[in-house]
Design a binder for this molecule. Structure first.
Ligand code: HAX
Length: 435
């Protein structure tokens, strides 16, 4: 058994026992009550699921196993001379609740390198799709095409003992994460570069190799990819992509089927697709004024026009957060350090100055601050990565780290099939009249 798997097995079995005891003693205590508004309002805030890998505070933002993003940037291992954390380190932390050593992270990079080969049939299938198929659709199809490799599905078919689900989940998770950069890079190069593919560089870490296969050799872009793939990885369990993976995984669909479902949730414009929407909207703003150098007043006017036309301001607002997203702030810090005087980045910063007041003035937006998606596109554009329809695929590669680590925990802890209760409006009316 490999070192990470052994640690995961030991820790998860300990927690499984602890939870058993806790449920026997406290199982009937109430965590929450549910209001009618919550039932109609997207189940906002109801405490009703377990997600071990990260937790979201409305004011402070995300913590991965208790660590904030600034702490992760400091504590997770980096490449020699590098400033940004290696996403391999975050995966290790999420899976076994320990900050790994550099040697452990190097082992993980190597392990993913060994598992990264993709069967040519997957590429052949992708090549049958019209080249203008949205990259997120291609990504889901690619993940589904990898599914015949599922160890979980094969072993389940052979009569796997439920005590071994964690093991098969772990193997699928490691194999799938290893392959995602190759799959995603293949989609990028076939869609935008006439299928001129770039062979992997075995000397590079997971994120830098992804950047290389996409076609970006700039050292700072590789640092950006390490940061990007770290900060997008997890956002506790209730967000749409994570919750989808949790739900689908609970039916014992394997990691491939579960991740593909979660990627489809990420592809919605109110969720991950917001990163493409932000830059598309900024490009439209630039076209509208015929310049990339925009004043505060021009930007404020455009924001107001967008609202008046019944559209949302992409990259702003959040279902949980009530402060600027620390993932936005981390990207802003990166841009301040690495990028000087870029017009699109300047527009993103001016938006931060003008949008919150305009959204707050509507009197209904609960969080007027920027979220993770408000900044990412402008930095990518700075490095020449302008194909914004692809941006959510980058998010998806990162999100796999958190949702699949969590999926391993769900199987190791023996979570049952998820099945909340739904109500009809007739039932709600009866409830009201009885009360
Ligand atoms: N622009 C305009 N109106 C907004 C808004 C925004 N950025 N954010 C919220 N509102 C509106 C809502 O549409 C809602 O209006 P109605 O009552 O007319 O339906 C009202 O304000 C109350 O909404 P809320 O309670 O503040 O927000 P929700 O929890 O319902 O929705 C969203 C959260 C993120 C979906 C929302 O803020 C939004 O649509 N933002 C823009 C899209 C976006 O950036 N999505 C990415 C979010 C982060 C993420 O998941 N990344 O992957």
């Amino acid at each position: 058994m490999d070192q990470l798997k052994e640690k995961f097995f030991k820790k998860s079995q300990e927690l499984r026992l602890e939870i058993k005891g806790m449920l026997a003693e406290h199982g009937n205590e109430k965590l929450d009550e549910v209001s009618i508004s919550q039932a109609y309002g997207g189940m906002r805030g109801i405490k009703c699921m377990i997600w071990e890998t990260s937790s979201l505070d409305p004011v402070e933002g995300i913590r991965f196993r208790g660590y904030s993003i600034p702490q992760l940037r400091e504590l997770l291992p980096k490449v020699p001379g590098g400033k940004e954390p290696l996403p391999e380190g975050l995966f290790w932390l999420m899976l076994v609740d320990e900050i790994p050593t550099k040697a452990e992270v190097d082992w993980l990079s190597d392990e993913w390198r060994k598992r990264a080969t993709i069967d040519p049939s997957v590429y052949k299938l992708l090549d049958t799709l019209p080249v203008d198929t949205h990259p997120m659709t291609q990504f889901t199809i690619g993940i589904m095409a990898l599914q015949p490799d599922s160890i979980f599905a094969k072993r389940y078919d052979e009569g796997m003992n439920k005590r071994d689900y964690w093991d098969a989940s772990y193997e699928d998770t490691m194999n799938l994460i290893a392959k995602l950069p190759r799959l995603a890079a293949y989609i990028y190069r076939r869609t935008y570069y006439n299928s001129q593919h770039i062979a992997p560089d075995e000397s590079l870490d997971w994120a830098a190799n992804f950047a290389h296969m996409l076609g970006y050799e700039n050292k700072d872009f590789k640092s950006l990819m390490r940061l990007y793939l770290t900060i997008h990885a997890d956002h506790e369990g209730g967000n749409a992509s994570a919750h989808t993976v949790h739900l689908v995984g609970s039916t014992l669909s394997d990691a491939y089927l579960s991740l593909a479902a979660g990627i489809n949730a990420l592809a919605g414009p109110l969720h991950g697709l917001a990163n493409q929407e932000v830059i598309k909207w900024i490009f439209n703003m630039v076209d509208h004024f015929g310049s990339t150098k925009l004043s505060k007043d021009q930007i404020a006017m455009y924001v107001q026009e967008t609202l008046d036309s019944g559209q949302v301001i992409p990259g702003y607002g959040h279902a949980v957060l009530r402060q600027p997203d620390p993932r936005y702030m981390a990207q802003r810090e990166f841009a301040k350090e690495y990028i000087k005087n870029d017009d699109i980045v300047n527009i993103v910063w001016t938006l931060f100055d003008v949008v919150p007041d305009i959204l707050a003035a509507t009197g209904k937006v609960k969080n007027p601050w920027p979220n993770v998606d408000a900044h990412s596109g402008s930095i990518l554009v700075h490095y020449g990565f302008k194909e914004y329809n692809y941006y959510t695929v980058l998010f998806g590669v990162s999100r796999a780290l958190g949702v699949l680590a969590s999926n391993c925990w769900s199987r190791a802890l023996g979570f049952p099939i998820e099945r909340p209760k739904s109500l009809t409006t007739v039932a709600i009316k009866e409830f009201i009249s009885k009360n």
